[in-house]
Design a protein around this ligand. Structure first.
Ligand code: PTJ
Length: 256
């Protein structure tokens, strides 16, 4: 049964329903539900909104993608269900390829994700005809027209083992991860600590704003960006949010 619209956590519950449907369709891995739960917990202590550090990272990420020669958006079973339509829209504006790349691999599942994304009117790469050397997990299986030759890769909801290898292959990595402490978050060139459901729409807005800017203007945005500072801001903001909640529980301060 679907949650009633009046439920205070209606949107969050509907997102879960979408992912459950994704599992039934064979698009989302069952492990994806657990991963989503971890994400929800971080989102909760980030205040469930796009904070300033996320917006700065989203803007720099778009600038980096616009400057790239061969940007690729890597899509797994969670990203496809949560943001497939928006990923398609973003890919068109920044001229990026979209490639299916999964941790829980089967050719059948990759084809199901591709078929799901096909409805959004973009070319979806899923040939699985090449390998990223140095990586043991199934994420090594890539498309020779996509991640293999990419210079910038956007990796939403990553499981941590691949970012390092992508970097060893001299690629710039943009991560979307609600956990600012994850290995992926710490290793990426740009870490977007935001829910993918807010991050991609924000990136679409930035892409529209930046797409006609000069190379110099885009380079300035990227060169002024400092990922360590952004990660620190994200962690501090969690601390501040929790301190506010402590004060609230003790009746010492305002609630928001
Ligand atoms: O489709 P597959 O086979 O590639 O599998 C995808 C999952 C997500 C199951 C796989 O990549 C995995 O196990 O990921 P992890 O190791 O659980 O990491 C996922 C990260 O994404 C965690 O740090 C979560 O906090 C974060 N996360 C979860 N949901 C969201 C999120 N970040 C942004 N937006 C979300 N909605």
């Amino acid at each position: 049964m679907l949650p009633p619209k009046s439920h205070p956590r209606y949107h969050s519950l509907m997102t879960r329903e979408k992912l459950v449907e994704g599992v039934k369709m064979g698009v989302t891995a069952i492990q994806g539900l657990i991963a989503h739960g971890r994400g929800e917990a971080f989102d909760y202590i980030l205040g469930e909104k796009s904070r300033n550090f996320a917006l700065k990272a989203e803007k720099a990420a778009v600038a980096m993608m616009l400057l790239a020669n061969h940007p690729v958006i890597s899509v797994n079973g969670n990203a496809a269900i949560l943001s497939g339509k928006e990923i398609a829209e973003l890919s068109k504006i920044v001229n990026a390829k979209v490639e299916v790349n999964v941790f829980h691999f089967s050719r059948e599942r990759v084809q199901k994700i591709k078929k799901y994304l096909d409805q959004f009117g973009i070319e979806v790469l899923a040939a699985c005809d090449a390998e990223l050397k140095g990586l043991e997990s199934a994420r090594r299986i890539v498309d020779s027209r996509g991640i293999l030759i990419a210079d910038v890769v956007l990796v939403p909801l990553e499981d941590g083992d691949r970012c390092e290898i992508l970097k060893k292959h001299k690629k710039k990595v943009i991560a979307i991860d609600l956990n600012p402490l994850s290995r992926t978050s710490l290793m990426a060139d740009i870490t977007i600590v935001d829910n993918i459901t807010r991050a991609i729409p924000n990136m679409i807005k930035f892409a529209r704003e930046l797409k006609d800017k000069s190379k110099e203007e885009l380079e300035k945005i990227v060169s002024e960006y400092d990922n360590k500072k952004i990660l620190a801001e994200a962690i501090i903001s969690i601390r501040e949010y929790l301190t506010e909640r402590v004060n609230e529980v003790l009746g010492l301060g305002e609630s928001n």
